[in-house]
Design a protein around this ligand. Structure first.
Ligand code: ATP
Ligand code: CA
Ligand code: CA
Length: 422
């Protein structure tokens, strides 16, 4: 799926939906934001605030261009997540999402039927989700929240909001707002969506050479002999975080998630300008991740010192919380261990010295519980191929395989070949 969107103007088929989504967010989020902060209660996790929009308007909602209903789920929980754990500035968040009613739509819907929309500045993604995913997120919200709280550097998708639009004829559209892992100001030269499953997990190589934006898969990674080039420090940190994240996913009984890996080659730089068309429309406030001191990354850089400190802290519960970073930067990514180097994680050699590659990593598509549907798929796919190498395996096995695959593909690991189906 290409990572460049088509702009949604007034003539676009989804313009009304887009307008309604953004109007709803603007009103609901600012309403919650205007109140004084308070401690969360258990009810906040199941709360749902309802709004009804029409052309006339009322005391709760201003007049809108169209009639529609809007639901804001667990507004207080997401507010806490955004402000305390995801380090978003409230005004900034709303502005990025709703300043102008223009978003871009990402390619055509995938297998799942979800649509993806980028905010104009490219920082946020709105993903429409299936009703079952919506229900599932609500049911695990408390656990997700606790995980994020104890794992400030989690690689899991950062959910900033969960909402629903209902159109006058009754159609309901559920959606989440999440972080775009890829930065607006850097070309991504290769993209991989890795699951640790190898059956059918290949993007045709002949097509890949013609399409730099292709999302490649596990078999492309293995056959190209790729490795995540990380020195001992970053390797240990990333492994530990992935271990914790996949533990949670096992516990939540989900599967089908992947590690999304975007690779930026610094020597190639941004000359391919893969997203130039989008960028033109999205300027002037383009690059949001501003790092002033990205060059000076020796062993004594603040990041390296912070990382070594974490490595010394033997209590793994403390992973990450010990990091104190300079506040001189703006942009939320500076707060996250794995998104600090120009919004990503810079490759390093065995002496932890910088290499000219930046990785943009995250665990995405984490809302698929192992339902009866998947069980059936597991059964049928398993008749044709190795039951343990196909993508739909039970959550425990999925999580174990996912984590061992990610360890295997890091430098010093055994490589991914063992995961290949014979
Ligand atoms: P399916 O269930 O068929 O895998 P889906 O509709 O649930 O598809 P995802 O797996 O969530 O979609 O994402 C599809 C693709 O969109 C990813 O492979 C990636 O290229 C892009 N994408 C998804 N989430 C993000 C994100 N947070 N940042 C950047 N790109 C993303
Ligand atoms: Ca997916
Ligand atoms: Ca999915």
């Amino acid at each position: 799926r290409p990572l460049v969107g088509n702009l949604i103007g007034e003539d676009h088929v989804n313009y009304v939906l887009m307008y309604n989504m953004l109007t709803g967010i603007r009103i609901a989020v600012s309403r919650c934001q205007a109140k004084i902060r308070r401690e969360l209660t258990d009810e906040d996790f199941t709360a749902c605030h309802k709004y009804s929009f029409d052309i006339v308007g009322n005391e709760l909602t201003p007049s809108a261009k169209y009639d529609f209903k809007f639901k804001d789920y667990s507004p207080w929980v997401f507010r806490d997540l955004r402000e305390d754990y995801f380090h978003l500035d409230p005004a900034d968040y709303l502005l990025s999402l709703t300043a102008k009613y223009i978003l871009s739509e990402l390619g055509s819907p995938g297998k799942s039927g979800s649509f993806f929309y980028f905010s104009r500045d490219y920082r946020f993604i709105i993903k429409t989700i299936h009703h079952s995913e919506h229900k599932f997120l609500r049911s695990i919200l408390k656990k997700y929240y606790e995980h994020v709280k104890h794992n400030p550097h989690t690689l899991l998708s950062r959910f900033y909001g969960l909402h629903r639009v209902k159109l006058p004829h009754g159609r309901k559209i559920h959606f989440v707002i999440m972080n775009n892992l890829f930065p607006a100001h850097k070309d991504i030269h290769e993209t991989y969506d890795l699951k640790g499953s190898t059956v059918g997990r290949e993007y045709p190589e002949d097509k890949a050479s013609k399409n730099p934006r292709a999302v490649l898969k596990d078999l492309n990674w293995i056959n190209r002999g790729k490795t995540l080039e990380l020195g001992p420090e970053k390797r240990a940190l990333l492994t530990e975080q992935l271990r914790r994240d996949s533990e949670l996913l096992k516990q939540l009984h989900v599967m089908d998630y992947s590690l999304l890996v975007g690779i930026h080659n610094m020597e190639r730089g941004n000359r391919d300008n893969v997203r130039s068309n989008t960028l033109k429309v999205f300027s002037p406030e383009m690059p949001l991740i501003r790092r002033k001191h990205t060059q000076s990354k020796g062993a004594s850089s603040p990041d390296a010192i912070a990382m070594r400190r974490i490595m010394r802290e033997s209590d793994p519960q403390k992973l990450g919380v010990a990091v104190q970073l300079p506040d001189s930067d703006t942009g939320e990514r500076q707060h996250f261990l794995f998104y600090q180097d120009d919004g990503g994680l810079r490759a390093t050699n065995e002496r932890n010295g910088d290499l000219d590659v930046i990785y943009y990593l995250g665990v995405i598509d984490i809302l698929t519980p192992y339902t009866s549907f998947k069980k059936v798929e597991h059964f049928w796919k398993g008749l044709q191929a190795d039951r343990h190498k196909i993508s739909p395996v039970p959550p425990f096995e999925y999580g174990e395989r996912f984590f061992s695959f990610m360890k295997a593909i890091m430098r010093g690991g055994e490589g991914g070949a063992r995961f290949k189906a014979e």
